[in-house]
Design a protein around this ligand. Structure first.
Ligand code: F6R
Length: 601
């Protein structure tokens, strides 16, 4: 959700370093942004005004960073910034972070929700603190100011942080010292170690141009980051903790757009290579994981949104290929239906970011019931990754478009390997994935892209789109509909094709776009029957299939890739959503109201 970037070092363009850091975090989704700097001593002496001495200079704006710059900010070796995704208080410049205390000498940025802020605010108001925003965040900085009257800053931050209920990350600066003081519980924070400079960020990918040496702060860890040294300690007890330095494996180039107009298109195009890579390099981790699954009594897949649909697809794959019953649940619901878990249960949590709060909370509850946790994540060092008993990185590389694409197909590829591995047919699983690679490449050929773009141009003004499929094409339908909704803002619904006559078909009228997945599997005939039912009510039928059929008004060919056909099928759905957004003049990378990693409930 909110992005955080902080710098302390020997360079004097801290505002620009932080600004560029925030730009790398734009993909997380935000509605306003802000930066605070403490001017260098020489800068302060240039300024006659007493006001600037010992105060912090803040710039805040609503909307996207776009063509903004920070040329008007003073030179500084010490700054931090924030991209805000509004929770408490509307999207206004005043509500944007950083927030200042009454004296303007302490500034704070925050990710999360300060659940008990109301009572604390009332007490602080009685004590004379003046508030300017509607946010929960501002309460934290005044609380620190209050504690600061009787204790050192770090102690005041620690005490205030421990008073804050909820899942929060805060960073605090004060104008007297060049140190970032931060603490986290729930919301992610990463320390980046540089040479004569150090960093703090909400997301390791934002640190890549500066350093690959990082420490992921654990829950209830606090840190003081100076330009020459870093201290980490337990926020509850104050006990010192040695940093666990890890090396990031992603490259800066992987996190850039390259020649593509949008990250989403780049990430869609990367999929065949990622799947081929998984098929070649993931056999050993998949083997280890199959043993874990084999030994468990009851395996459950959990994910949210797109990751949830990958879980659903997994339940079909495990059933069909491995003859194994694996339940799935959406992360936000699993917590209410896991009382049956035992020490022998296995929960496989799927998440691109590894920071989705609904997953983390479900996993904590599952652990309390004694279950073992397998994590299939894309981000090294993420909370889920650290929390899991068995972990696998899906190796999709940084995913920066808000809408998840390559992480979905990477998870499916891994699930295909697991399902075939459980069936003792790993080689066959690899072959099937290589079919998905070549089929995916064909979907991404210029001829096919043109066909999908033409369809988008035809559908761009439609209000509703229905997407249907049976068997594993049901999660493909749900995922396609989700992609269309989130980036083109067209109302799209995915259904199990068999459910049509139980109600949904009432919505189909003349020219209603109906997308039908009809791959070469056991549901082929039934999928066509669904298409015919919709056509008989006037529906405009878009067939995604290995062969044309007279019921299709518009046909998109997808070569059969056996049990992995869902991969190229969903690539078609992703491309359709992408081109619908482009046709409508929308930014597919940053859909409204959405954030990349959903760290609040
Ligand atoms: C949709 C999308 C979301 C995420 C969901 C879970 O395109 O990106 O539905 O899939 O928020 O996120 P992760 O996978 O990070 O747990």
């Amino acid at each position: 959700m909110c992005g955080i970037f902080g710098y302390v070092g020997n360079k004097t363009n801290a505002a620009t370093i932080v600004f560029e850091g925030l730009k790398r975090l734009e993909y997380r989704g935000y509605d306003s942004w802000g930066i605070a700097v403490v001017p260098t001593a020489s800068e302060k002496s240039k300024v006659k005004s007493e006001k600037l001495i010992n105060t912090i200079v803040v710039k805040k704006k609503t909307g996207k960073i776009g063509n903004a710059n920070v040329n008007d900010m003073p030179s500084s070796s010490f700054a931090f910034g924030h991209t805000r995704w509004a929770t408490h208080g509307g999207v206004t410049q005043t509500n944007a972070h950083p927030h200042l205390d009454c004296t303007g000498r302490i500034a704070l940025i925050h990710n999360g929700i300060f659940e008990n802020y109301e009572g604390i605010k009332k007490t602080l108001v009685k004590k004379g603190h003046r508030f300017t925003s509607e946010t929960d965040t501002e309460v934290a900085v005044h609380l620190i100011e209050e504690y600061r009257k009787t204790m050192a800053l770090a102690k005041a931050v620690q005490k205030a942080f421990n008073d804050m209920a909820g899942l929060n990350a805060i960073i605090v600066i004060d104008s007297d010292r060049n140190q970032l003081i931060a603490a986290r519980n729930g919301s992610p924070l990463v320390i980046g170690f540089g040479h004569q400079e150090n960093f703090l960020a909400s997301d390791a990918a934002a640190l890549l141009p500066h350093t690959k040496q990082v420490h992921f702060l654990e829950d209830d860890e606090m840190t003081i980051v100076g330009h020459k040294g870093i201290m980490i300690f337990d926020a509850k007890t104050g006990t010192k903790i040695a940093p666990k330095v890890q090396k990031l494996t992603w490259s800066t180039r992987q996190a850039e757009k390259g020649t593509y107009p949008y990250f989403m298109l780049k990430e869609i195009h990367e999929q065949p290579d990622i799947i081929a890579d998984i098929s070649e390099t993931m056999i050993s981790p998949a083997k280890r994981m199959t043993e874990v699954i084999r030994k468990s009594q009851g395996t459950y897949l959990v994910g949210c949104g797109t990751a949830g649909y990958a879980c659903m697809a997994g339940s079909y794959l495990f059933s069909k290929v491995a003859k194994r019953h694996v339940n799935w649940a959406v992360g936000s619901e699993f917590g209410y239906q896991l009382n049956f878990l035992t020490k022998k249960s296995l929960v496989m949590a799927l998440s691109q970011s590894g920071e989705t709060i609904d997953i983390l909370e479900s996993v904590k509850k599952a652990k309390n019931n004694g279950a073992s946790i397998v994590a299939l994540v894309n981000v090294l060092g993420s909370s889920l990754y650290r929390m899991a008993d068995h972990k696998t990185l899906i190796g999709a590389g940084p995913e920066k478009a808000v809408a998840s694409t390559k992480a979905f197909t990477a998870k499916i590829a891994y699930l295909v390997l697991l399902a075939y591995g459980l069936a003792g047919k790993t080689k066959e699983g690899q072959t099937v994935l290589m079919h998905a690679v070549s089929s995916g490449k064909k979907v991404l050929s210029s001829l096919s892209l043109a066909r999908i773009q033409k369809l988008a141009s035809r559908l761009k003004n439609t209000e509703h789109i229905f997407v249907v499929g049976r068997g594993i094409s049901y999660p493909a339908s749900l995922e396609t509909a989700l992609k269309i909704k989130e980036i083109s803002y067209i109302h799209a619904e995915g259904f199990a094709a068999g459910e049509l006559k139980h109600g949904v078909i009432a919505l189909v009228e003349k020219d209603t776009p109906c997308i039908v997945f009809a791959p070469n599997d056991e549901a082929y005939g039934a999928n066509l029957a669904g298409a015919m039912e919709m056509k008989a009510r006037g529906g405009f039928i878009v067939g995604i299939s290995h062969k044309p059929h007279e019921v299709f008004d518009y046909y998109i060919p997808v070569d059969d890739a056996c049990e992995a056909t869902i991969i190229p099928n969903v690539i078609v759905g992703q491309l359709l959503a992408y081109y619908l957004a482009i046709e409508k003049g929308l930014d597919p990378d940053m859909p409204r109201n959405l954030a990349k990693s959903v760290t609040v409930k």
